[in-house]
Ligand binder design. Structure first.
Ligand SMILES: [Ca+2]
Ligand SMILES: [Ca+2]
Length: 572
């Protein structure tokens, strides 16, 4: 009969398609599992495999009173998942509490809270503490994920590819501290670059918030903001990666191959610093210059700040003298490569940070706003970081460079992202080619882009888009899970993270953003779908969709803590 109706409909209305009633379909309600923020937009996605017609729904409070009732629009195709979506907007509910959505015969509870990100803001930050190298994690700070340091990195060899007259092959140096880069136990300067920028920039833009925020790490209560304590842990390691004799920076500190799924204290491969690269050296120069100006504000860190600036200048000089020392793994080295053969953006970024910190015109002469790309940044393209810093410090730049153009570029990209969140069927910023290896790094940097646009314009629509966009990480996505371990009702249980795999604790280390869906499936693990937004596998096997890394967590730290700051401010 239904089939017949459909045929009749086709004859009577030429444009009609065979839309089903929602009650006849399997419905997936995708929502922010952590909670929606009072005073901000609140969207719920109703998703099915087939197209559906308008559907009526109700939202009730805990007394079963109907708060909202209405009808959804007809569903639209979300191309990246191949599913059909209708959006229910409950932004008008601004009394904190629990509510229940009923649609198509099913119910879903949602939460609305004044400050939904209290735990999340700490969890995404503490990822870094949980991945510290060279230190025991004590129960007081790490809970059941306590572990011994094991790998100390205090005796690291100069690899043949990095040998010089002053530091011949086999010379022992210390490269201790830092964070494990990802699911593996190695440390890479290039990827530390964007990660450190993001976290330092979080402090630079929200220092009042971070000055009083306690993240429950061993340095809490020491009169230094916890975010800076955590950053010092990695900065100290980065400093050890510079050859003091010439200023060049070793690309990575690594074993010759990846270890198995073992704990750090079972790791027994020799560790090396490998070949210097222009990419590592520029990332180092930019981070050290930015860190220098931040630490120069602390009386106890004046010397540290001075040293950071010295090493930054030295690194930049080396990079200018070696502009094309692109990195490839030397023979016999089989760990991550993080190669970058287009260093235009990195040169611009380093010059920008050095100019802001030194006010020395010789650096501003290297800056050309015209050539800086406004693409969403990632470890291989730092260009947008230069735009962020120029617009943040525009008064320093305006007599030398075209600050208006930098702002225009940044706002063009941010507007494009905002428009996707406002108009695409699923109401997320992710689209098409964004589903790359590490798609959640793209998603996080898109949200950071929106927050940056809000910071320079005070246009609330950018901030509102960031609030809506964050839902993507917390359940309103192609998989219907939170992409952050330990957060939300459903979250990854088997991330590609050696410690979580080997520690014999059921739950993975919390607060880790996993790589996210992408259709490549290079790991050949078990996937349920090939659609870009659904091609994700919550298995240890899946390094292509379920690994973790410092540069995917960093934008979440920036964004979630910024949103937390704005919510707290509203309710003071
Ligand atoms: Ca502290
Ligand atoms: Ca690049």
């Amino acid at each position: 009969m239904k089939f017949l109706n459909c045929i009749l409909l086709l004859f009577t209305v030429l444009t009609a398609s065979c839309q089903k009633k929602i009650k006849d379909l399997a419905v997936s309600i995708r929502y922010n599992q952590v909670g929606y923020a009072v005073g901000r937009p609140k969207l719920i996605s109703v998703v099915t495999e087939k197209e559906f017609d308008k559907a009526s729904y109700t939202i009730r409070d805990t007394n079963k009173e109907i708060i909202i009732s209405g009808e959804t629009a007809k569903s639209s195709l979300w191309k990246d998942s191949g599913e059909y979506v209708s959006i229910i907007d409950v932004s008008s509910i601004n009394i904190a509490g629990e509510y229940e959505l009923s649609i198509g015969g099913i119910q879903q509870k949602i939460k609305i809270l004044k400050t939904p990100y209290n735990s999340l803001s700490e969890a995404v930050f503490k990822y870094y503490y949980f991945n510290r190298v060279s230190i025991d994690l004590n129960e007081k700070y790490a809970g059941k994920w306590k572990r011994t340091a094991g790998l100390l990195d205090d005796k690291v060899k100069i690899h043949s590819s990095a040998a010089t007259k002053n530091r011949p092959e086999g010379t022992i140096i210390s490269g201790s501290k830092g964070w494990f880069d990802a699911g593996d136990y190695n440390k890479y300067v290039t990827n530390s670059g964007i990660s450190m920028y993001t976290l330092l920039s979080a402090y630079e833009n929200y220092s009042d918030y971070y000055k009083t925020n306690v993240f429950h790490i061993p340095e809490s209560g020491n009169n230094m903001p916890d975010i800076l304590d955590e950053l010092i842990w990695n900065l100290d390691w980065m400093l050890s990666m510079q050859d003091p004799f010439d200023g060049g920076v070793y690309h990575k500190l690594t074993g010759l191959k990846f270890s198995g799924a073992i704990m750090p204290n079972e790791y027994n491969l020799d560790r090396y610093v490998v070949k210097k690269s222009t990419s590592a050296t520029l990332n180092f120069a930019a981070v050290a210059a930015l860190a220098s100006r931040i630490f120069s504000n602390f009386d106890t860190k004046k010397e540290y700040a001075k040293k950071l600036l010295e090493v930054s200048k030295k690194a930049f000089k080396w990079a200018k003298e070696h502009p094309k020392d692109y990195f490839r793994n030397p023979e016999g080295v089989k760990t991550g490569q993080y190669e970058d053969d287009d260093l235009l953006g990195e040169f611009q970024w380093a010059a920008v940070e050095l100019f802001i910190t030194t006010k020395n015109k010789k650096y501003v002469n290297d800056i050309q706003v015209e050539v800086i790309s406004n693409e969403v940044p990632w470890w291989q393209d730092a260009s947008a970081l230069a735009l962020y810093s120029i617009t943040k410090h525009k008064s320093k730049f305006k007599e030398y460079i075209n600050v208006g153009l930098a702002e225009k570029k940044l706002l063009e990209k941010a507007s494009e992202l905002r428009s996707r969140i406002e108009t695409e069927p699923m109401r997320v910023a992710m689209k098409g080619k964004d589903y790359v290896w590490g798609s959640n790094g793209v998603a996080g940097n898109q949200l950071m882009y929106l927050v940056k646009a809000y910071e320079i314009t005070n246009d609330e629509s950018f901030l509102e888009a960031a609030f809506v966009g964050l839902d993507y990480f917390l359940g309103r996505n192609g998989i219907s899970i939170s992409f952050i371990t330990g957060i939300g009702e459903k979250s990854p249980k088997f991330p590609h993270h050696r410690i979580s795999e080997a520690d014999k604790i059921e739950e993975p280390v919390p607060g880790m953003v996993v790589g996210g869906p992408q259709p490549g499936q290079q790991d050949k693990c078990e996937y349920v779908s090939k659609m870009p937004a659904k091609s994700y596998s919550d298995t240890w096997c899946s390094y292509a969709s379920n690994e973790v890394t410092i540069n995917w967590n960093a934008p979440l730290v920036y964004v979630v803590n910024a949103l937390q700051y704005y919510q707290i401010k509203n309710f003071k």
